[in-house]
Ligand binder design. Structure first.
Ligand SMILES: *[C@@H]1O[C@H](CO)[C@@H](O)[C@H](O)[C@H]1NC(C)=O
Ligand SMILES: *[C@@H]1O[C@H](CO)[C@@H](O)[C@H](O)[C@H]1NC(C)=O
Length: 503
């Protein structure tokens, strides 16, 4: 789990930078906005139920006045409300101040845990769904237009085709001899479930569709996509099977990590996937790029059944991801493979080596790659330096009581903690059974024993292997007393106790 989250974090550093810049722009616009009558309905505890029950489709934003993301969303939400009020059927946007004492009961009823949270209420509030779409006007509009009306649109004419099969989007069309029966019902169920991620349609007339020149004598699901083989058919109508088919057929064979925003949804899915992930970092403008690309498609096809998914990252767009792994551009072309437990790496790979390398991986013949700074030659400061390559020795196998700080060089709270940790270390300087240590969590793999989500994170690993996270105040006094109360007595080998055997 921790691993995949880290991967997402790394891949998205560069996307987040772009998003932050965009959000700043929005904030500036917001300041200039003047008070005008709003298209967004204001709800409160007294009229929430009444208003929601009157609408077949209404979106409610649960917000708090102090929340920055809510302030940034407000002008976009308003713009969307204006446009959507003209939609057929109209789409109503509303908001509720979930911070207001009187409204807290409603917020808790709908399990609002963060702000802003948007929910879609259908059929007078009988059917509630989380809003998972974008936060800017254009995106809100297009997302909600897909949400309103039936989950799957009937295709009766070529205009209907244009509404369902949209450039650069993934669309799914069910082709049926009649709109009834088990198959049709399963199809509609899937459409309702996945409507926020894909566009769905259904038709009796396959000839209306692009590439419709086939005779269809049994129901099929046809998925159109703007990449790879462009469309795929599927004939099993079990709900689970259709869902699985859609999930897998809608992923490109090889996901591209570059600056093109239309690739971003696939990048998210890639990093979210539980499958083993292989990423090739290569210069997209280099002469041998096409050789790499065709090789990667070839192995992606071959390893599909083995549950390995593939991505190619352009060197220009992958800077942050490379930095995250402490890898250098000079190592490219380079391929990295991460499964649930371990990472594997091959630098300066040639296209013709990729298949063999993957085979070595599946045969279990590769040595895992561990991200680590070099083991320090001198380590005589009060706070000891731990890196991934000496964590076994200093922490797990030392038989001592170790307080370990995970920090990031850029983190302000870590800098504030540094002299305090020094003080703690000095106070234990004469105590051979206690070690105070730190690890740069940005340049070393964090051992799976520790769950590090923010910096600084402090963990205590006692002589007997008990792991306790430190969540107290960051004062020398409190940390010292925490160490004292959690430390284990060390039984010396002479006393006949079991000795650690692997030193
Ligand atoms: C709900 O009640 C509040 C407080 O009286 C009011 O400001 C708001 O306009 C009402 N909303 C609607 C949609 O009538
Ligand atoms: C990629 O290759 C092109 C063409 O050989 C070269 O001009 C460019 O500097 C390379 N980019 C990187 C990041 O190495």
């Amino acid at each position: 789990m921790a691993i995949s989250r880290d991967w997402i974090a790394a891949a998205f550093l560069y996307l987040l930078v772009a998003a932050a810049a965009a959000e700043e722009g929005v904030a500036r616009v917001a300041e200039q906005a003047t008070e005008e009558p709003s298209f967004v309905l204001t709800l409160d505890a007294a009229n929430f139920t009444e208003i929601v029950s009157k609408h077949s489709f209404i979106v409610v934003e649960f917000y708090a006045p102090w929340c920055g993301h809510c302030k940034r969303l407000a002008p976009e939400y308003e713009k969307a409300a204006v446009v959507l009020s003209e939609n057929d059927p109209p789409i109503v946007l509303a908001k509720l101040d979930a911070n207001e004492a009187a409204n807290k009961e409603i917020a808790s009823k709908f399990e609002i845990r963060g702000f802003p949270t948007l929910k879609i209420f259908r059929s007078g509030g009988k059917d509630i769904q989380e809003y998972k779409g974008p936060r800017e006007a254009e995106g809100i509009i297009s997302y909600l237009k897909k949400q309103v009306g039936p989950a799957s649109k009937e295709i009766k004419s070529s205009e209907d085709v244009d509404a369902v099969i949209i450039d650069k989007e993934i669309s799914i069309v069910g082709i049926f001899p009649e709109f009834s029966g088990e198959e049709f019902e399963s199809y509609i169920k899937v459409a309702e479930k996945l409507r926020s991620d894909y566009i769905f349609g259904h038709t009796l007339d396959a000839k209306l569709l692009p590439r419709g020149d086939i005779t269809i004598n049994q129901p099929i699901v046809r998925l159109f996509k703007p990449f790879d083989e462009l469309f795929v058919d599927f004939k099993d109508f079990q709900v689970d099977a259709v869902e699985k088919f859609i999930e897998s057929a809608s992923m490109p064979k090889v996901v591209t990590l570059d600056e093109d925003p239309s690739n971003h949804p696939f990048i998210v899915k890639f990093f979210d996937s539980p499958s083993a992930k292989a990423i090739l970092f290569v210069n997209f403008s280099s002469e041998d790029f096409s050789a790499f690309k065709s090789k990667l498609y070839e192995v992606a096809e071959a390893y599909k059944e083995k549950n390995i998914i593939f991505m190619m990252g352009s060197l220009d767009a992958s800077e942050n991801v490379l930095e995250y792994y402490s890898l250098k551009k000079e190592q490219a072309p380079l391929i990295i493979l991460q499964d649930e437990a371990k990472k594997y790496l091959k630098s300066n790979v040639r296209s013709e080596q990729i298949a063999t390398w993957l085979k070595d991986y599946t045969d279990g013949n590769l040595k895992p790659y561990i991200k680590s700074e070099p083991i320090p030659e001198v380590n005589d400061e009060p706070v000891k330096v731990v890196v991934a390559n000496n964590v076994q020795e200093v922490v797990f196998n030392s038989g001592k009581n170790v307080l370990l700080e995970f920090y990031a060089p850029w983190c302000g709270h870590c800098k504030k903690l540094a002299p305090i940790l020094d003080e703690v270390a000095v106070s234990f300087a004469e105590d051979a059974e206690v070690i105070i240590a730190k690890m740069d969590a940005t340049t070393n793999d964090i051992p799976a024993e520790f769950d590090v989500k923010g910096y600084p994170t402090l963990y205590f690993y006692s002589a007997n292997g008990k792991i306790v996270r430190y969540d107290g105040d960051r004062t020398a006094e409190d940390i010292i007393s925490f160490v004292k109360s959690n430390r284990d007595a060390i039984i010396s080998p002479e006393s006949g106790a079991e000795v650690k055997d692997e030193l």
